[in-house]
Design a protein around this ligand. Structure first.
Ligand code: ATP
Ligand code: MG
Length: 568
């Protein structure tokens, strides 16, 4: 490609709309442009990379024996109504009506439609096992679209669904997808971690997420270097930790705590430690209210709590007016003693003695509170967020934590959708049985952003060869010098002839501009044709390395081709 013809609106300034590196660089490199919140157009450099990611995904899915098909994005409501997800998706589903007032949505994920397709088209049990996939645009009206294509409202997903006769078959299909995912993310140049994931209140027998560790990741992951355990925060089991509580048989006592609302304020006011307190948080769980308690130095994990309570919608903090109504106090003084809604307590709360809680009265707390004496929770369970300082639930060594970007998710669904939609088969003996399913997603557009998060420097993107929009870039330093231009053209043509995705900067720009753009858009190999080209010498540089080397033209071409072929 000739850069003089390429629509590549690079930006020198960092656009104000971007918070994280990948978003900034995708905008600055002219890969994407924002159309509305969480909705982006892909310009030529963007779509080239996206297609390369898609192609890697496609190849490995095909290698794993999955079959590609393509479903519509505009979907009639029926299948989602039958599975119950028309309601479950709530506000995050884009819903609409057609001219006859019939309900439609833009597909957020396609379990229902694939299940229906198998019901309609598979006639014999002999056709199983079968794994179907598509690479397709998904729509989710995210509460907080942000970080560019990392969390957008329209995004490309590869979604796959496996259909098996029994659980052993599902295990095998799942393992094939697991292996394929490892190959895919490796080829995309991503350094990834596989974590055990929560399979949600709806069941399913196993789930793992493929995470790219990054400070901008929105998911917490806990891992153990000693034994290799890794889980996301929702799944990571917390082992209760002891604290030195004061023993003794004290009576509960109400204390005036003036304007101390937060744990920090209370700690300094009462001269206690944060672990001497138990926090009580009131949540709205579907249409009822509940209270949850963790030790004062801990945080509640709302997914663990949601699964324990068994509600359908995500938990929401109770509205302040409801907190007042339920506790008879301003927000900040809720406690379990005398509270009339169900109280769920973390396991560590059950180990506390003579602790402090809110007294359900403004400016008041109770001290010397003891579980099962002063209040009784409906359930004691692990409902807290794991932290550094916790121990590995598998081997007892210290746990480490990190933020991760979820790039892929594999999930043993079991019979959830085949049950609700009626996907059965007749076995050899003519007996009716239920098909068991798995689902497997990759955030294709999110992978692009994740790859940039992991591969960049202060000058710009450093593309892995496998997904670079162009693999080698040729730069004549001075476009007014005929010899440089013609040598650069020769190199460019030769690279193309050898099957390389080559780019030539034939623009009439200053060398500095060309070099800056080359670094910004992150082409892996750069061949600069300058003053020494008369002697047959050019400069050869990898984007990932600081130093350039002088090489003969032939050598430079040979090195470039070898580098590309060995890193693809
Ligand atoms: P998240 O927890 O990040 O919202 P999810 O668990 O809801 O994601 P899945 O339903 O598992 O997402 O979808 C499969 C994959 O699609 C995810 O692993 C992720 O890589 C990608 N994905 C999900 N939501 C988005 C989004 N809003 N923008 C871009 N990619 C997304
Ligand atoms: Mg997921």
């Amino acid at each position: 490609m000739r850069m003089s013809k390429l629509l590549m609106p690079t930006l020198r300034e960092v656009p104000a709309e971007a918070e994280i590196t990948s978003h900034k660089l995708m905008l600055r490199a002219g890969m994407i442009r924002r159309l509305a919140a969480g909705i982006y157009s892909y310009l030529p450099l963007g779509i080239r990379t996206l297609k390369k990611v898609e192609e890697i995904v496609r190849e490995e899915m095909d290698n794993a024996g999955a079959q590609e098909l393509l479903m519509p994005a505009l979907l009639p409501a029926e299948a989602y109504q039958a599975s119950g997800r028309w309601e479950v998706f709530g506000a995050s589903m884009f819903k609409m009506k057609d001219r006859y007032e019939r309900d439609y949505c833009l597909g957020p994920t396609h379990e229902e439609l694939f299940t229906q397709a198998v019901i309609d088209n598979v006639k014999s049990y002999k056709e199983y096992p079968m794994t179907l996939y598509q690479i397709q645009t998904k729509y989710r009206d995210e509460g907080r679209p942000r970080f560019g294509v990392m969390r957008s409202r329209e995004f490309v997903m590869k979604d796959a669904y496996s259909f098996d006769l029994n659980d052993a078959g599902l295990d095998e299909s799942y393992r094939k997808m697991y292996d394929a995912y490892c190959k895919i993310f490796k080829r995309l140049g991503l350094d990834f971690t596989i974590v055990d994931a929560d399979s949600g209140a709806m069941g399913g027998s196993g789930s793992q997420e493929f995470m790219v560790k990054s400070p901008v990741g929105e998911d917490g992951i806990a891992y153990c270097d000693a034994c290799g355990y890794a889980a996301n925060y929702e799944k990571a089991e917390c082992i209760p930790q002891e604290k030195p509580f004061e023993d003794g048989d004290f009576d509960i006592e109400k204390i005036h705590t003036a304007n101390a609302h937060t744990i920090e304020e209370l700690v300094s006011f009462l001269g206690a430690e944060p672990y001497n307190f138990a926090k009580t948080i009131i949540y709205k769980a579907d249409d009822k209210y509940i209270a949850a308690m963790v030790r004062g130095d801990r945080e509640i994990n709302e997914v663990k709590l949601k699964n324990l309570v068994g509600c359908i919608d995500d938990l929401e903090l109770a509205e302040p007016f409801m907190v007042k109504q339920l506790t008879n106090a301003e927000v900040g003084f809720a406690g379990p003693v005398g509270l009339e809604i169900p109280v769920y307590a973390d396991k560590e709360v059950a180990m506390m003695k003579n602790f402090i809680v809110g007294a359900n009265e403004t400016d008041m707390h109770y001290k010397n509170v003891n579980i099962n004496k002063d209040f009784t929770p409906v359930q004691v369970a692990d409902i807290r967020v794991i932290e550094e300082g916790d121990v590995c639930p598998k081997c007892g060594q210290p746990i480490k934590t990190a933020q991760g970007i979820e790039v892929g998710h594999i999930f043993k669904l079991g019979t959830k959708y085949s049950d609700s939609l009626g996907l059965q088969y007749l076995d050899e003996d003519g007996k009716s049985k239920t098909v068991t399913m798995g689902c497997y997603g990759i955030g294709v557009t999110r992978c692009l952003a994740a790859a940039i998060e992991q591969n960049n420097d202060e000058k710009g993107i450093i593309w892995p060869v496998s997904i670079a929009p162009y693999q080698v870039m040729v730069i004549p330093v001075n476009s007014k010098i005929e010899e440089q231009v013609s040598k650069a053209e020769e190199i460019y043509e030769e690279l193309k002839a050898q099957g390389i995705d080559a780019l030539i900067d034939d623009r009439n720009e200053r060398a500095g501009v060309k070099f800056n753009d080359a670094d910004l858009i992150g082409i892996p190999v750069r061949i600069v044709v300058g003053k020494k080209c008369g002697e047959g010498i050019v400069e050869y540089k990898l984007r990932s390395e600081a130093e350039a080397a002088e090489k003969t033209i032939d050598d430079a071409i040979k090195s470039a081709v070898e580098f590309v072929k060995s890193n693809i």
